[in-house]
Design a protein around this ligand. Structure first.
Ligand code: NAP
Length: 316
């Protein structure tokens, strides 16, 4: 564990420990770059708050997200990656070596950097959401579903995440209402079919959440909905609300350091590469991907970033 004011020097620092960061670390370590990987606030990334991963090649029976990520980190460690349990609170990418300041005050100086910081759950932005977070409001069914035994809950969203969360919650809740702002799901066909077949899932179409009802002392008691077609407002009783309305990239720390897109994703300097606007700084995974956002695509770009970083270090 590093201590305050301690500085570590390395050829390559990788920020993030999801599929992108881990794959970058495996490739970079095997290439002898002795990378330092900074785990971040959620070691293993978003897969550690999902349940079974069924679409990662090589696991025909599926694998739990946490197990997959533990294995990836172990593989990175095996080839000599140094893993640091901290997160980056500031970055200076303007000159070489680039400097990263960690939460504990220590710093890392690296000739090249791979940004693999991923994305985090988006929230609706309602004041009640913050007030009742952890008191019935959640963005992770896997983490919190257990607390909602035999009570009705709501899931907000219409994508794969919303359906995945809803299906998981049916193991505990008496009823799961999926609140979606349109009348067709964005979720893939296989997920839609699973939702249709599940008797505990009820769809609430064309509806947006205006407010979450409940006090800190009582927890969530319901949601106030507006039907966007009729303008009708009504309260839906439930004891849990799970937000599944997509994700936003975790790139705040790089805001004034390199080019980001309007939505905050790292802007790639050349399509088909992992180059950012700063030479020697590369980006992989969800932090730079608003389109695919899959574990396997993150792993793929993690590999590409390691190869790009290796070439950069050889040539400069
Ligand atoms: P997503 O596909 O972007 O879906 C977000 C959903 O939230 C959409 O239905 C959207 O409505 C709704 N939404 C967004 N902002 C909203 C707001 N302010 N108020 C109300 N509703 C709002 O995100 P995701 O479901 O997290 O999935 C992200 C990616 O991961 C996708 O590529 C998905 O396929 C993948 N994924 C795959 C699996 C799996 O295969 N098992 C599981 C989870 C995620 P609209 O439809 O009206 O835009």
């Amino acid at each position: 564990m590093s201590t305050k004011n301690e500085s570590t020097e390395c050829k390559l620092a990788i920020i993030g420990s999801g599929p992108a960061g881990c794959t970058a670390a495996i490739y970079a370590a095997r290439a002898g770059l002795e990378p330092v990987l900074i785990e971040g606030l959620q070691p293993g990334g978003q897969l550690t708050i999902t349940t079974e991963v069924e679409n990662f090649p090589g696991f025909p029976e599926g694998i739990q997200g946490t197990e997959l990520m533990e294995r990836c980190l172990e593989q990175a460690r095996r080839f000599g990656t140094r893993i640091i349990r901290s997160s980056v609170k500031a970055a200076n990418l303007s000159e070489r070596p680039r400097e990263l300041t960690l939460d504990d005050g220590s710093s890392i100086k690296a000739d090249a950097i791979i940004i693999a910081t991923g994305a985090r759950a988006r929230l609706l932005g309602l004041p009640a959401e913050q007030r009742l977070m952890g008191r019935g409001v959640s963005a992770c069914a896997t983490c919190d579903g257990f607390f909602f035994r035999d009570v009705p809950v709501a899931v907000v969203g219409g994508g794969d995440s919303a359906i995945e969360e809803a299906l998981f919650l049916t193991k505990f809740a008496s009823k799961v209402m999926v609140i979606h702002r349109r009348d067709t799901l964005r979720a893939s066909r296989i997920m839609r079919e699973r939702a249709e077949k599940n008797q505990k899932i009820e769809m609430v179409w064309n509806s947006v959440v205006l407010d979450i009802i409940g006090e800190e002392s009582t927890g969530v008691e319901g949601v106030r909905l507006e039907n966007v077609k009729t303008g009708e407002i009504n309260d839906l009783p439930c004891n849990g609300v799970f937000m599944a309305i997509g994700h936003e990239p975790s790139t705040d720390v790089f805001k004034r350091q390199l080019a980001l897109t309007e939505k905050g994703y790292v802007k790639l300097a050349e399509p088909g590469t992992t180059y950012t606007s700063v030479p020697g700084v590369f980006a992989a995974g969800d932090a730079a991907d608003a389109r695919y956002r899959q574990a396997i695509t993150a792993a793929g770009t993690g590999c590409a970033a390691a190869l790009d970083a290796e070439r950069y270090l050889e040539e400069s």
